[in-house]
Ligand binder design. Structure first.
Ligand SMILES: Cc1cc2nc3c(=O)[nH]c(=O)nc-3n(C[C@H](O)[C@H](O)[C@H](O)COP(=O)(O)OP(=O)(O)OC[C@H]3O[C@@H](n4cnc5c(N)ncnc54)[C@H](O)[C@@H]3O)c2cc1C
Length: 502
């Protein structure tokens, strides 16, 4: 007997995109929020620097945010979506404050703002110094758990979208008891985050396997701009470490941090004379990559030693402590850093209301391609994207609630095997291939080789249908890795974070 659940709205993902969307959905609607891990895990909880927003309505300032976003994105951005992003920022920050989020404030009560790469003015709000994501999410979770219309299911992973005639009808979930549950809904929102788990080193947690993107792809939904993987220039470098990498926030450069090569020489002048360390991430990552190559090193340094210990402990408490725990006193020592995978600019294609190419299916947050990031994301615009478009998705759903009713669906007969493979070797190879051939610098023959290697695993995995979370995560990883490589092959020119050596 198949277990069936029905909701008005199903949201996949308990990050900022998922929770903020849920909180903005009309409280008369029954929402099921499914999260594949613990609610405290995921990129939103790790965000350090902050959230970019012109809070006071000032046309000129908002225009500057718009232009900075386009410039960082190499003008490949969707102009309509970018306008929405910057002009609805203030309204959604106001909503965050009303949900109970506590941003850092000056003694006079005004919001503290900082500067980050690519921004021409101080417009980044933060919370708890450099603990922005954790603080925002803690406050939003408190608001979420007050809501009677939202049921939260942790450790329950969606594996497939149920659809018919290009209309989404629900999802199949593996529940905590490792059973299959058919979850039906009038509207389905994918808010499943990024893809860092397909690289050897990423600032994301390993759970970021591109699940929503791969599920959407299997359902025939349009996926775009996947070649634009953003590499953060300053992951904390630890020799031989793989997996989740601690991030040294862009805000450290915003507060005057200087990049030096292994010989101690400041080098950004060679690559971007005007913006130096505050050039956008694609420029800085590519500069570091070049500098590491030229100095036969696998890292460079970030120097913030000109700031006092007291200032650093107060402004960057998380970074200060993490570095100290790893033997680096940032008030005295240079911080060893190297670029690592950080953010996916592309994803599931959406319009400005989060509609995907499938009816009743929305995407929001890092898994979506609203087009606001173009070829490269401007720092701190991704948390903003989660709230601006999360709010729009919720408003669109609220407007259509009178059409909601019982879902009629013939449930598919999925035939699963229940073997206990763990697919570890395949995951290791996917990460290896992506870190070698799908990294900062790409070449045609490397990409072709990557495609061949990944296609072999994809074909083998598709032949079997194992009912396990590990099978689906591995299938999703190889699916998104392959899409990245294929779309990277199609784009011959270097632009933004897609750099072609040939
Ligand atoms: C270290 C770090 C620092 C950052 N700093 C900043 C910053 O300062 N400013 C900024 O704007 N951005 C920053 N970013 C980027 C930003 O945090 C993310 O882009 C954003 O939080 C993504 O939010 P999300 O809700 O889309 O995804 P996430 O927060 O990653 O949430 C994804 C959710 O989906 C769930 N999920 C995934 N697959 C499934 C499935 N199959 N079934 C059910 N649930 C599933 C996960 O469990 C998780 O709850 C940072 C990112 C990192 C990693």
């Amino acid at each position: 007997m198949k277990e069936i659940k029905q909701f008005d709205v199903v949201i996949l993902g308990g990050g900022l995109a998922g929770i903020y969307t849920a909180l903005n959905i009309d409280s008369s609607l029954h929402v099921g929020l499914f999260i594949k891990d613990k609610i405290e895990r995921g990129s939103s909880n790790l965000a350090q620097g902050g959230i970019a927003a012109e809070v006071v309505w000032d046309e000129a300032k908002i225009e500057e945010h718009f232009e900075d976003t386009l410039k960082a994105g190499s003008y490949l951005n969707n102009v309509e979506a970018t306008r929405v992003l910057v002009s609805e920022a203030g309204k959604n920050i106001e909503k965050l404050l009303n949900f109970g989020v506590k941003f850092d404030r000056n003694p006079d009560g005004s919001l503290v703002t900082t500067l980050e790469g690519g921004h021409r003015s101080r417009r980044i709000l933060h919370a708890g110094g450099d603990d922005t994501g954790a603080k925002i999410m803690m406050d939003l979770r408190a608001a979420l758990f007050q809501r009677k219309n939202i049921d939260v299911f942790e450790d329950e992973m969606a594996i497939e979208i149920l659809h018919n005639d290009n209309k989404a009808l629900g999802v199949i979930v593996i529940n905590q008891q490792n059973e299959e549950v058919y979850v039906l809904a009038n509207k389905i929102v994918l808010a499943t985050g990024g893809i860092g788990g397909i690289y050897k080193k990423s600032t994301n947690e390993k759970i970021a396997c591109g699940d929503g993107i791969a599920m959407a792809h299997r359902a025939g939904v349009i996926i775009k701009n996947m070649e634009f993987v953003q590499f953060h220039p300053t992951g904390f470098y630890v020799e031989d470490q793989i997996g989740k990498t601690f991030l040294i926030s862009e805000a450290v450069r915003g507060e005057g941090g200087i990049l030096r090569n292994i010989e101690g020489v400041r080098f950004m002048e060679k690559y971007d004379k005007e913006r130096m360390e505050l050039a956008p991430r694609d420029v800085v990552s590519q500069a570091i990559h070049r500098e590491m190559f030229d100095t036969w090193s696998d890292h460079v340094y970030l120097d913030i030693t000109h700031k006092s210990k007291e200032y650093l402990m107060q402004r960057f408490p998380t970074i200060y402590k993490h570095c100290l725990d790893n033997g680096v006193d940032i008030s005295k020592d240079y911080i060893p850093v190297a670029p690592v995978e950080h953010f996916l600019c592309g994803g599931i294609e959406t319009d400005v209301y989060g509609h995907t190419s499938m009816n009743n299916l929305y995407a929001v947050g890092e898994c979506a391609n609203t087009g606001v990031h173009g070829a490269n994301r401007l720092a701190s615009n991704s948390l903003l994207e989660c709230i601006v478009f999360g709010n729009r998705v919720a408003e669109d759903i609220n407007k259509s609630k009178s059409t909601f009713g019982k879902i009629d669906v013939v449930l598919p007969d999925m035939v699963f095997t229940h073997k206990k493979y763990n697919f570890k070797d395949i995951r290791v190879e996917i990460r290896d291939v992506m870190s070698k051939y799908g990294f900062i610098v790409r070449k045609e023959d490397d990409l072709e080789l990557a495609k061949k290697l990944l296609s072999k695993h994809y074909a083998n995995l598709k032949k079997i249908n194992v009912f396990s979370r590990y099978y689906y995560e591995t299938l999703n990883m190889v699916t998104v890795a392959l899409i990245i490589i294929e779309q990277a092959l199609e784009r011959k020119e270097s632009i933004g974070c897609h750099f072609r050596l040939d």
